[in-house]
Ligand binder design. Structure first.
Ligand code: WTA
Length: 638
């Protein structure tokens, strides 16, 4: 198993961990180097082969159309619908009686869905959406707690060819408002509330407030989840359970899956970027399903008998790709949990693994660091022998957390798949496969069919060990197609720094073994606990407070969260700077954007470092805060 970089099963430089013979023997990809070579020799043939593992109403004419770069198209001419692969084909097979989803609420309630049961709920909700006039191409905003209806609503929207825009349930009023307005959604699907860490998150209240700021969508569908008192506006708001019981919905039972072109939109997902308001990343049916399915199968080695658990929220891309779509396409059984890992005690997650026999667990470095604090006695109380693979995503994992996870959760038997990818990539890009050597803190190497590189300022490959910009050199099937309603921004953000290369926005090193080490963001994205936030959105929340004239936000290293938010504010004249105002501003940001966006610290300043053209130099703020050299200040105005 030699590659251009040498073997990945022995002789890696530095701290390395190798899989057991048993892991290699049963791996879906027993020889990762051979698969990488096959894909490199003929990428289009490789992706066509992977696409052939799925169902298509009609086969594609062309695997990749690159005639209008960077607006690449995949599986052109193909007819499909991701729901046909996620649901329809399983219902026609023995898997109709297999569990698709095991859900546990924070309060301990359990609900399960076979593929058959899930298909029925999806059909019914598709018919509800149709009855509200939703048709192909219309947008539906989904703002939900982590409950099965989130999955049902996403699938039901996609099934009829409409486009979902899921907004993370931890976002708040202004973040939700901006996303509803930009997407021009016809319907909003929400719930009365959700349970999180023993508290109630009043989602419907937030929806009501957000809708006061915008031209309301026609309908709001409300799932009764916690049973609290909420406001229901006649003619606009409808209970989910009442709609699902309507005679026309009950009588119809079935709903035909809409036949889509490969390149028809599947969803938009808002994410934070370098400037201005959040941008919506657009994904399509055909290429996306191929990319997420192939990577899920190869990296997480999924088998019929596995119990897969991705701890993410469906509101982020990790949830879209690897809670909802890829596991269902693979016919897997997923575990989904509503609440906090520490509720009521810090062993909640370990008890879930034991109770449901989870065999593969995919989580985040922040969660691992957080749980590590409570000590190994919590996982040690539980039988974790069902586990065979672990995974990490969202931010670089520090080797200490990696080793703790490996030793105390995986008991030194379970390889950890550290997957690097983005909302924009849709699928894993740099990640190991089980039959490879691992280095704690590195996502290892680009997957088959993916070509990544670390380049210097001029776009030339950086020397081994040197820090540079991470770029992707070749298009991939699940790639972002455009920024919704803003193709110029798509070209400018990702494709303009280096012609022909996709700029990821991360800094990175590649070592002598060809292993990639992500260092962090080089743009104005802040990864707080793995959650992606933009400085612009946070700053605009701060200045929307009457006391603030100007604000700048940066991310600084934090022991648990990875990165924490530090804010600098210039107050308006005659406003008194005191501790109470700091608290008020923190609350204000939490109210506008969401609790995750609450700044760790707010400092009042008299001026902010700016360039002569008025751009805030966050780099200078960051260096000052860290007590480092401020670097080149020649463009600094004051
Ligand atoms: C970071 C999340 C290091 C990175 C799927 C990337 C990671 C951004 C890793 C995308 C990882 C994600 N190691 N860093 N394994 N995975 N990142 O769009 O900075 O929420 O650019 O997608 O998260 O964040 P997003």
């Amino acid at each position: 198993m030699m590659s251009e970089f040498g073997s990945t099963l022995s002789g890696l430089q530095g701290e390395a961990y190798y899989p057991s013979a048993e892991v290699i023997a049963q791996a879906n990809v027993p020889d990762p180097e051979a698969l990488r070579k096959e894909a490199r020799d003929n990428p289009e043939a490789y992706w066509a082969k992977r696409a052939s593992e799925l169902d298509w109403y009609a086969k594609w004419d062309k695997v990749l159309d690159d005639s209008n770069k960077p607006f690449y198209k995949w599986f052109v001419g193909g007819k499909t619908n991701i729901v046909a692969n996620a649901i329809d084909r399983h219902v026609k097979s023995w898997r109709r009686n297999k569990l698709a989803l095991i859900w546990e609420g924070e309060k301990g309630d359990v609900r399960t869905f076979s593929y058959h049961a899930l298909a029925r709920e999806v059909c019914k909700f598709s018919n509800v959406l149709k009855s509200m006039g939703v048709t192909k191409g219309d947008r539906v905003t989904i703002y939900m707690p982590r409950i099965p209806e989130t999955v049902i609503a996403m699938l039901a929207t996609a099934k009829i060819g409409a486009v979902h825009s899921v907004v993370y349930g931890g976002f708040s009023v202004e973040a939700l408002h901006g996303r509803i307005e930009d997407s021009e959604s016809k319907v909003i699907v929400t719930a009365d509330g959700g349970h999180m860490n023993g508290k109630v998150v009043e989602l419907k209240k937030i929806v009501d407030e957000a809708l006061k700021r915008t031209a309301a969508p026609e309908n709001v569908v409300v799932v009764k989840h916690i049973g609290n008192q909420i406001n229901m506006e006649a003619g606009r708001d409808y209970w989910y359970h009442e709609l699902m019981a309507m005679p026309i919905v009950r009588q119809q039972q079935r709903c035909e899956t809409e036949v889509m072109d490969s390149e028809d939109p599947l969803y938009i997902l808002y994410t934070s970027g370098t400037t201005g308001k959040p941008k919506a990343i657009l994904h399509t049916h055909g290429g996306y399903q191929v990319g997420i399915y192939a990577t899920f199968k190869d990296v997480f080695d999924i088998k019929e008998e596995d119990r897969w658990w991705c701890t993410a929220d469906p509101g982020w891309v990790t949830g879209h790709s690897y809670i909802v779509y890829a596991p269902l396409i693979a016919g897997a059984t997923s575990v989904m949990y509503e609440g906090a890992p520490t509720f009521p005690f810090p062993d909640r997650w370990w008890s879930i693994i034991e109770k449901y026999g989870v065999s593969i667990m995919y989580t985040t470095p922040t969660a691992i660091r957080g749980l590590m604090r409570f000590g190994a006695q919590w996982p040690n109380r539980h039988d974790l022998t069902s586990l065979r693979l672990l995974g990490s995503v969202g931010e670089p994992i520090n080797p200490e957390a990696w080793r703790w996870f490996y030793k105390n959760i995986g008991k030194e038997r379970c390889p950890i798949m550290d997957t690097w990818w983005q909302t924009e990539t849709g699928m894993f890009m740099i990640a190991p496969m089980p039959a490879m050597g691992l280095k704690p803190g590195s996502g290892s190497r680009p997957l088959p069919g993916i070509e990544a590189e670390v380049v210097d300022e001029d776009g030339k490959p950086a020397k081994a060990g040197d820090e540079g910009f991470l770029v992707l050199k070749r298009p991939w099937p699940a790639m972002v197609r455009t920024v919704y309603k803003d193709p110029d921004r798509f070209v400018k953000t990702y494709w303009s720094k280096y012609p022909g290369l996709y700029l990821a926005g991360d800094s990175c090193r590649k070592d002598a073994d060809g292993y990639f080490w992500i260092i962090g963001r080089v743009d104005d994205v802040i990864k707080v606990s793995g959650y992606r936030l933009g400085t612009a959105e946070l700053e605009s929340a701060l200045v929307s407070h009457p006391a603030v004239a100007e604000a700048a936000v940066i991310g600084l290293p934090h022991e648990i969260k990875g990165v924490a938010i530090y804010a600098y504010a210039i107050l308006k004249a005659n406003v008194e700077a005191n501790e109470a105002l700091v608290d008020q501003l923190k609350q204000h940001v939490a109210h506008e954007v969401g609790p995750i966006a609450k700044p760790e610290r707010i400092e009042f300043v008299a001026s902010l470092p700016k360039t002569r053209s008025g751009k805030i130099m966050r780099r200078v703020l960051k260096s000052r805060a860290l007590g480092m050299d401020e670097g080149d200040l020649t463009t600094l105005e004051e």
